[in-house]
Design a protein around this ligand. Structure first.
Ligand code: TPP
Length: 344
């Protein structure tokens, strides 16, 4: 669709974002929401096997952060990475094909949901290893620094990953070498089934940056404008040669840890509270305040839903990757002369 109906004579929205910007952000959040819902539907109807880690409720963090990145900036993601990939510019059809294990997918059907990568959009990979993407972003930041570019590397991670050694090693090196890395914690309050207080000694993830002299802040991760403001601050430092930054965003995973999770570990009251703070709801309220008509919002939502249903339909028709292709394109060094592969 064209947003031409609100294009003319735009006033500035809050936080130096125009109404057009806010609509574009809203649209990206809707595309993420509907990608997740379309994937869940494929699972529920048995067309897709395995499970998925959905990011329903966390759309504002992926959208806000990636909206301020350049195409050549790097992103590393997590097991809950669909939103990060979409927001960084990945094609939902090629992502969906990965969920189906189809050769047409970004990684020829070998990545599944948790390891989608697309170098052409700077996506160095989602990652099923909790904390695994964090040092990769430091490597990407080091590469940018050595090559003398002004690219930035962003790693998304959860508060559960904040207890992993990889975060602390990565903060150390990024600070020591003053690398252009933005550490982005999506604190969705639960690591699998464990509340944050059971897994992290620090009061806040943002506090973990202080020993390394890294500036940090905690913001509302469900408010798209707050996310954009925070990442703009972080990027002005990281791209400006002032070294790494850590952003913590408070948010809530509305979906289970995985599709099929009975979610007995949280109360209805808690859930209801956060449903009232749904990032799409908050964004819609703001757009209403800016006098954007409901018809326009409805049209954007319908288009996002249709796009993702079509992507799922298309992907489900793609031929699965042949089993024997599994070892193709996988790094395995040749054995030294005189050694057989078995002995090497
Ligand atoms: C190194 C490693 N340890 C444990 C796991 C099992 N595991 C998968 S998801 C998860 C919780 C991660 O929590 P968090 O980092 O907060 O991300 P969220 O699931 O909340 O998005 C764990 C422990 C894993 N995949 N990798």
């Amino acid at each position: 669709m064209t947003l031409g109906t609100v294009d003319d004579g735009l006033e500035s929205g809050p936080g130096t974002l125009s109404r057009q910007d806010l609509l574009a952000l809203h649209r990206t959040m809707l595309r993420i929401r509907h990608f997740e819902l379309a994937g869940a539907k494929q699972l529920a109807t048995g067309k897709l096997s395995g499970t998925l880690h959905l990011s329903v409720g966390q759309e504002a963090t992926a959208t806000g952060v990636c909206s301020q990145l350049r195409a050549d900036d790097y992103v590393t993601s997590t097991h809950r990475g669909h939103g990060h990939c979409l927001a960084k510019g990945a094609d939902p059809r090629l992502m969906m094909a990965e969920l189906f294990g189809a050769s047409a997918g970004y990684c020829k059907g070998r990545s599944g949901s948790m390891h989608i990568a697309d170098a052409s959009s700077g996506l160095l990979g989602a990652n099923g290893i909790v904390g695994g993407g964090i040092p990769m972003a430091v490597g990407a930041g080091l590469s940018a620094s050595v090559r003398g570019t002004d690219q930035v590397a962003v790693c998304f991670f959860g508060e559960g990953a904040a207890g992993e050694g990889t975060l602390h090693e990565s903060l150390n090196l990024a600070a020591l070498w003053q690398l252009p890395v933005v550490f982005v914690c999506e604190n969705n309050r639960y690591a699998e089934l464990s509340p944050i207080a059971d897994v992290l000694a620090a009061q806040r993830v943002a506090d973990l940056a202080a020993p390394f002299g890294i500036p940090s802040r905690t913001d509302d991760g469900n408010d798209i404008v707050a996310v954009v403001e925070a990442i703009r601050w972080a990027l002005s430092r990281a791209r400006g040669g002032q070294g790494p930054v850590l952003l913590e965003f408070e948010t809530y995973r509305q979906s289970g840890h995985f599709e099929g999770d009975a979610q007995t570990y949280r109360s209805k009251d808690e859930r209801d509270h956060w449903l009232g703070r749904d990032p799409l709801l908050l964004s819609e309220q703001r757009l209403h305040d800016l006098e954007i008509e409901q018809d326009i919002l409805g049209q954007i939502a319908d288009e996002a839903a249709q796009e993702m249903l079509d992507a799922a339909d298309w992907a489900s028709d793609q031929p699965p990757a042949p089993a024997l292709s599994m070892t193709e394109d996988v790094y395995h060094p040749e054995p030294e002369p005189g050694l057989t592969r078995e002995r090497a």
